[in-house]
Design a protein around this ligand. Structure first.
Ligand code: CA
Length: 177
C-alpha cells in the first residue's frame, strides 16, 4: 500500500521542477521507516498477567465460602491490561495473581467475587478451566460470579482502573444455584 502511495506521490512531484532529488529520496525512506517501527512494536510483546505464577494461597470450597470470606489486598500493579491481548478488560494489575485459590467443588454453587477499594478497582480471574473473567463496575465496585466453577486453582487479580495502587478488600461468597 505504501509503495503505491509513494509511486503516486513521486509521479505527481515529477511534474514539479522545484522538487529536489534529495526530497524525493527522503520520501522513499519514509515508508521503510514506518514499516520498521511497526515491526519493532510487534516484536516487543506487552506484559500480561501470568497465571503460571502463584499468589497468596488459600484452600477454599463451595461450602467454606457459604460464609462470606474477606481478604485484604493491595490493588493494582505494573501490567496494563489494555496492552495485553491474552487477557480481557482494562486496568492495571500485578503480573502474578494476588490470590491463588485451591478451590474444591463440594456441591452445585456459584461463587461470587467482589472487590472494593479506596479507589476504582477491577477484578480479573483465571478459573480452573483456564477461562478469563473481568469486571469493573458491577456491584459496589467490581464483581465476577463464576457459575458452578470446577475444582482446581482459581487465580484472582484485584487491579485498579486508573493505574494507582490502593488498599482494597476481596469478598468471596458461594450461593446455591
Ligand atoms: Ca470498579
Amino acid at each position: 500500500m505504501w509503495d503505491i502511495y509513494v509511486v503516486e506521490v513521486l509521479t505527481h512531484l515529477n511534474r514539479d521542477t522545484n522538487i529536489t532529488r534529495e526530497f524525493k529520496m527522503a520520501l522513499r525512506i519514509v515508508p521503510i521507516t514506518i514499516t520498521t517501527l511497526f515491526l519493532t512494536a510487534g516484536v516487543a510483546a506487552a506484559r500480561c498477567p501470568d497465571y503460571a505464577q502463584s499468589g497468596s494461597g488459600h484452600s477454599v470450597s463451595s461450602e467454606s465460602l457459604y460464609s462470606e470470606t474477606r481478604m485484604s489486598v493491595r490493588a493494582g500493579g505494573g501490567v496494563d491490561l489494555g496492552t495485553c491481548s491474552e487477557a480481557p478488560g482494562v486496568g492495571h494489575v500485578s503480573e502474578a495473581p494476588d490470590f491463588t485459590l485451591n478451590y474444591e467443588r463440594t456441591g452445585s454453587y456459584n461463587v461470587r467475587f467482589r472487590s472494593q477499594g479506596n479507589c476504582d478497582t477491577v477484578i480479573l480471574i483465571n478459573d480452573a478451566a483456564g477461562n478469563w473473567h473481568w469486571d469493573d463496575d458491577t456491584g459496589p465496585d467490581a464483581e465476577v460470579t463464576l457459575g458452578n466453577p470446577k475444582s482446581g486453582y482459581i487465580d484472582v487479580w484485584v487491579g485498579t482502573y486508573g493505574g494507582e495502587l490502593c488498599n482494597a478488600t476481596l469478598v468471596m461468597e458461594s450461593f446455591d444455584r
